[in-house]
Design a protein around this ligand. Sequence first.
Ligand code: FA5
Ligand code: MG
Length: 419
Amino acid sequence: TNVKSVNSSESGHYIQICNEKYKTDQFNNLSTSILQKINVKLLKNENHPLTILKSLIEDHFEKNFKNQYMAVDNLLNPVVTAKQNFDDLFIHKNHPGRAPTDTYYINENQLLRTHTSAHQREVLSSKLSDGYLISADVYRRDEIDVSHYPVFHQMEGIKLFSKSNLTEESKIQNSVTKFNIKEEKKGGPIQTCHDLNECDLVVNNLKKSLEGLIKELFKNEDENLQIRWIEAFFPFTSPSWEMEVLFRGKWLELCGCGVIQQEILNKTGNGDKVGWAFGLGLERIAMVLFNIPDIRLFWSQDERFLSQFKKGQITQFQSFSKYPSCYKDISFWLGKNKSDTNVNVHDNEIFDVVRDAAGDLAEDVKLIDEFTHPKTGRKSKCYRINYCSLNRTFTNAEVDEIQNKVKDIMLKRFDIELR
Ligand code: FA5
Ligand code: MG
């Protein structure tokens, strides 16, 4: 579903993001709530569960691959060019991810990074190391529910090996353990510039490195954790996979990965090397490890949330009583078309309107009543919206204002009559 947002600034104006000014044009689709999120910088708080996880991953790589990795998290400005986010990664001009319904644009050429891969060329060109771990906030227009949020955090891992010393460099000492790894077919073609052996060594190192990491992170959860590699496609890696773990009976996608397109290495002065890259979602893993049930909680400023986490520790989140919910109903008659049948409005269309108007404050929306008038044959529906904030109590007047906004948009979009 697409969240249509109200433009926070008109085109041709300037907006300020992280102390830089940017000129907007008709592509600008940033909402006020997104602009506010940019300044929060959750990864700066060392006691935040996302930062705790990020550090655990960095420590793991530091311990197991001494001095081969460099943590990069000073890429705090989330504004990148369309070239960095898409073109440089060979993402096709008509790829749906580029659409303004999916990506937050400031203007035609500048946008909020949708993934940490947008920084691949930048760090590779620096040639400071043969390994990098890049952590950052990323932005995508998406639905909002307990596991989707328009801002989340990714960690990009990159590892390069000298072509001439690949066999030696790609060896992993204490490799595979008790895990049950389900091997799928090769994910996509081997690049023509790589030979089979070269590709296998890199892939083997990639899979074992990620396996070791996941085993370490999940050691208290499940000793025989099952991992599977699903064939995937990314234009900037080939072959590519998505890694999933079986967690409490469900396969959970943790990351995308693959062998870096050689063209990227050639263009960044690393033509004598081969390498792999992965991009993992920090929230996905943190929700599982810390037992955090709702992705919105990561943004909570509530001490009852924040005080539960300490640097270096994986503790189980204890839920606390929520701020009071406020329920509001909306009832309406559906219009009739020329042949005297009721027009319908899909539930999803109603949910979209509520998300537009209420954002994070709407926890859920339910159809609670539906009936047809015995005489007129007109159909009526009633939806109940549960307004609940994770951080604060709000006044009845505030909720009424949002509720009125919901009504206004509904009347504009649908053929209905409020009751
Ligand atoms: C990417 O973003 C690629 N850049 C990953 C990659 C990097 C591939 C390097 C190859 C080489 P994807 O869109 O699948 O891929 O996102 C990667 C991970 O981010 C997912 O596996 C998931 O863990 C997390 N993620 C994706 N969308 C969301 C979301 N809406 N909310 C929370 N986490 C998400
Ligand atoms: Mg994916």
